[in-house]
Structures are given as structure tokens and as C-alpha cells.
Design a protein around this ligand. Structure first.
Ligand code: NAD
Ligand code: FES
Length: 279
């Protein structure tokens, strides 16, 4: 059992939980994830480890309530227990001195860039961060990411904060200035990562994305997380989750992400009926 020691609401439907999970906290590195199972009947939810405290034995997870499992996770309170947390899983980010690195976070994917930006900064890089959301109330971890960045930009789709437009518009502005950029690291919706890859391809800038396909076991056994990278089939959980963005087949990723939309909708309706019925 893994007790929740702190819970915060970061934005509508986006929550963070600090959980006691000493075996993860001891070993986790930036870029890795855990698989969480809320209860006996729960699905397995892959979540990036956003922060950790090795001494306390705690990890910080950020999630968006989009389906039954994440809604159930969001219903847990401080002091409640999570049934299982497996991890750390996946390969850590390659942290080294690249020079100038642009870290891009879109929506809830923003949480995943925080540990990476922080470790890249510690490794001596000049870190430029771009964080985007649909609207100002959906921006998360602003202060945390700003504190580990040399330059920090916000974009909102509706212009309610920062530059109006997508994160990729800010990226284009920076690259058009002719600045030397050695690496771009992006996490967010698949379409955002696809567009980031299209922009940086023109400038020949190495670009890494962290993929979030459907996952089940998270250990390379079920094949649910297969993605096409460089024309070859890879398992995001063991070969990734990070890949060279210029090699990723984003169209097949997006199509696989849509596979269970109907089932997810039905499961959500069932949960709503149960909640209304007081079960
Ligand atoms: P969203 O749809 O609100 O988009 C967030 C930002 O991404 C936008 O503000 C914009 O700046 C950018 N963006 C969106 N569409 C774009 C486009 N067509 N071109 C360029 N930029 C675009 O995001 P959300 O609702 O918070 O959803 C977050 C998504 O991130 C979910 O799909 C979730 O599965 C995914 N996610 C991915 C990871 C990962 O590891 N890759 C981790 C967490 C979440
Ligand atoms: Fe099962 Fe990756 S989640 S192989």
C-alpha cells in the first residue's frame, strides 16, 4: 500500500499527489515513469515521476482526470492508499551538457518537462522553457519550471496569458531569430509533439519527445505500447518512453490513441451512473 501524503489541485481536472513509495524514490531518474493501480479492479495508469525526495521516500505524480481510472485516483484523499505502484520504469533522459536546450511542455505534459529541465540546468545547460495551455487557468507548475530555466515563455491558445497561440509559435519565434539551439525536448499532446518535430526538422535540431501510448504492464510484455520509430516497431515502455522525434510515426501513434475511445466513454458513463446511484 502506498499512502498519499499530500494532494493538490493544480488546475481544473489536473491534480498532483505526493505518495510514499520509497523503492521508487530511491532509484528514479528524470524521464522515468511508474504504473499505478488504484484498487483491485483498477486499470494500470502510467504516470511520469515529476519530482522525488529520496530522504522522505516520496514521489510526486501529476495527472489529468480524463477516464474512469484517473477520476478514481482523483477521488482519493490525503491519507488514503494506492494499491500498487510499479517502477521506476522506462529509460531515464540522457542528461549531459548539450549547450542551449529548449524544453517544451503542452497542457498536462508540462509536468513531465519539469524534472528534465531541472536536471539539464544542473548539468550546465542554458535552459529555455516554453509552457503552453489552452487558457491561463490550465497552466501548471509555472513557478517550478521558471525556477530552473534561464528563459521562460508562456503561451495560451486564447491569449489569456503570455503569447497568444501554440507553444510551437513561440518555438518558431526563437528559431527565426537564428539562435543556436542544440536540443529540443518536448512533452504534450501527440499533435503538439508532431508539430514540434516538423518545425525543428527544418533547422536540423536534435529533438526528443516522451511518448504516451496506451500501456498495460509497462515492462515490455503485452505489446500495447507499440510505436513505430525509424520504420521499426518499438515498445515505448522499455525502448522509450523518449525517442528521436524526427523518427516517430505520429500518425500511427494518434490513431492507436483513439482505439478505445468508445469503450472509455462507456466506462465513464457507467461510473457516472454508479455515482448518481450512490454506489
Ligand atoms: P491541450 O490539448 O490543451 O494542448 C496543450 C498545448 O499543446 C496547447 O496549449 C498548445 O500549445 C499545444 N498544442 C495543441 N495542439 C497543437 C497543435 N495542433 N500544434 C501545435 N501545438 C499544439 O493538452 P491537454 O488537454 O492538457 O492534453 C495533454 C495531452 O498530453 C494529453 O493528450 C495527454 O495524453 C498528453 N500527455 C502526454 C504525456 C507524454 O508523456 N507524452 C504526458 C502527459 C500527458
Ligand atoms: Fe506492455 Fe509496453 S506496456 S509492452
Amino acid at each position: 500500500m502506498y499512502p498519499i501524503v499530500e494532494k493538490r489541485v493544480l488546475a481544473p481536472r489536473i491534480k498532483s499527489i505526493k505518495v510514499k513509495a520509497p523503492h521508487v524514490a530511491r532509484n528514479v531518474k528524470a524521464g522515468q515513469f511508474v504504473v499505478v493501480r488504484v484498487d483491485e479492479r483498477g486499470e494500470r495508469i502510467p504516470l511520469t515521476v515529476v519530482d522525488w525526495n529520496r530522504k522522505e521516500g516520496t514521489i510526486l505524480l501529476v495527472f489529468q482526470e480524463i477516464g474512469v481510472s484517473t477520476i478514481k485516483l482523483g477521488l482519493l484523499k490525503e491519507g488514503d492508499n494506492i494499491l500498487n505502484i510499479s517502477g521506476p520504469l522506462g529509460n531515464p533522459t540522457e542528461i549531459k551538457k548539450y549547450g542551449t536546450v529548449i524544453c517544451i511542455g503542452g497542457g498536462v505534459g508540462t509536468a513531465c518537462i519539469y524534472p528534465v529541465a531541472r536536471e539539464l540546468k544542473k548539468a550546465g545547460n542554458n535552459v529555455i522553457s516554453i509552457v503552453g495551455a489552452r487558457s491561463s487557468n490550465l497552466l501548471i507548475l509555472e513557478e517550478e519550471i521558471k525556477s530552473v530555466s534561464d528563459e521562460f515563455y508562456i503561451t495560451t491558445d486564447d491569449g489569456s496569458r503570455g503569447r497568444k497561440g501554440f507553444v510551437t509559435d513561440q518555438l518558431k519565434d526563437i528559431l527565426r531569430e537564428g539562435r543556436k539551439v542544440d536540443l529540443v525536448y518536448a512533452v504534450g499532446p501527440a499533435i503538439m509533439m508532431k508539430v514540434v518535430a516538423d518545425v525543428t526538422r527544418n533547422y536540423n535540431i536534435k529533438t526528443i519527445v516522451s511518448l504516451n501510448p496506451i500501456m498495460v504492464d509497462g515492462t515490455g510484455m503485452c505489446g500495447a505500447c507499440r510505436v513505430i520509430v525509424g520504420g521499426q516497431m518499438k515498445f515505448a515502455c522499455v525502448d522509450g518512453p523518449e525517442f528521436d522525434a524526427h523518427e516517430v510515426d505520429f500518425d500511427s501513434l494518434m490513431s492507436r490513441l483513439r482505439t478505445y475511445i468508445q469503450e472509455e466513454k462507456r466506462a465513464l458513463e457507467l461510473l457516472q451512473t454508479k455515482v448518481k446511484g450512490g454506489e
